[in-house]
Design a protein around this ligand. Structure first.
Ligand code: NAP
Length: 305
């Protein structure tokens, strides 16, 4: 059975990847003490001490290694740029080096936000990134560190939504939780992205590993939309009130970190190399809703200390 080591197993992507991959693979997660009673093995470490990673890999001897850890809060990255550089750039470089030395298949998770959003067309893997803030700059540094240490690594630029441990990690669950609580939400009409349901992201990452792909890939949804439109789609699916979503410009928000406004990424390379069409947005939304009806958000949260 393939052994998969997931760094950042308590995060939105990490926990969903672990829960999906444990059917058919042996999963070991690494977190810093947030997880409890998970149906997969968990090792604890603080990733600010990157020297512990080598011994974790040595003791677990994985076949596949997926790095889902990051400092992913843009405002926090602006506030603590050294921490962002350590987690988003130096740690991935170290993991890439270790996996190359030990011939472990390595996936590093990056972001759509490496681009500045000025392109009028879809961004391909060939386009030159131009990050706008500390988060995206350190993520780009991470991509480069991985590329130079391990030419066989997969680098996946992602954007996803789903249910998380804290209930506040994805825009999708924020819309559901706030609208359900009768709260008003802002929906940005001038920020366009390509959201993918996280279970599709995890399924695709596993398929990429199984197929032996390597290099840079855009692993996002095939349907671009504004954040406002995304909120409306969620409200409709969950039977919540669309009128609680205010159409706003991101320029009117209090967010401090600079954000790209057009993150439409081409998934042509991914679907060609996988040999199938990526799941449609509506399919992902249906599954997000089905999980909700089946109590999956509560199940995920029960794994939190
Ligand atoms: N969410 C999106 O749509 C999106 C979009 C673009 C790119 N990405 C990328 O996708 C990846 C996963 O994102 P996510 O949304 O799943 O992020 P997340 O929920 O914030 O998870 C980040 C993970 O990193 C761990 N971590 C952070 N600092 C740590 C430390 N010092 N020691 C140990 N663990 C630490 C977190 O642990 P704790 O739980 O203890 O904090 C958590 O497990 C990241 O590379 C992110 O840049 C995400």
């Amino acid at each position: 059975m393939t052994r998969l080591l997931i760094i950042g197993a308590s995060g939105l992507l990490g926990i969903n990847l672990a829960l999906k991959a444990m059917h058919g693979h042996e999963v070991i997660g690494v977190d810093r003490g947030r997880l409890k009673s998970t149906p997969f093995r968990v090792l604890q470490t603080d990733l600010f001490h990157t020297d512990t990673i080598d011994s974790i890999v040595e003791s677990t001897r994985p076949d596949w290694l997926v790095n889902c850890a990051a400092l992913a809060n843009l405002e926090e990255c602006e506030q603590y740029p050294e921490r962002a550089q350590l987690l988003n750039a130096e740690l991935p470089g170290e993991l890439a080096k270790i996996s190359a030395q030990r011939r472990i298949r390595f996936v590093h998770i990056s972001t759509d936000a490496v681009f500045d959003g000025e392109k009028k067309d879809l961004y391909t893997e060939e386009d030159e990134p131009n990050p706008l803030g500390i988060y995206s700059r350190t993520k780009l540094n991470g991509e480069r560190a991985v590329q130079s240490a391990n030419s066989e690594a997969i680098i996946a630029r992602v954007n996803f939504y789903g249910w998380s441990l804290s209930g506040i990690r994805s825009l999708g669950e924020l819309f559901v939780n706030n609208l359900s609580a009768g709260k008003q939400m802002n929906g940005f009409t001038d920020v366009v992205f390509c959201p993918m349901f996280v279970n599709h992201t995890t399924q695709i990452l596993l398929s990429m590993l199984e197929k032996g792909l390597n290099g840079m890939y855009h692993v996002v949804g095939p349907q671009p939309m504004s954040k406002y439109h995304f909120g409306i789609e969620i409200a409709r699916k969950f039977g919540l009130r669309e009128s609680q979503i205010d159409a706003k410009s991101v320029l009117s928000s209090e967010l401090t970190a600079r954000r790209a406004r057009n993150l439409q990424l081409s998934t042509h390379k991914l679907s060609t190399d996988l040999g199938y069409e990526l799941p449609r947005f509506s399919t992902g939304l249906d599954e997000f809703y089905t999980q909700y009806k089946q109590g999956y958000p509560q199940k995920i949260r029960s794994y939190q200390q």
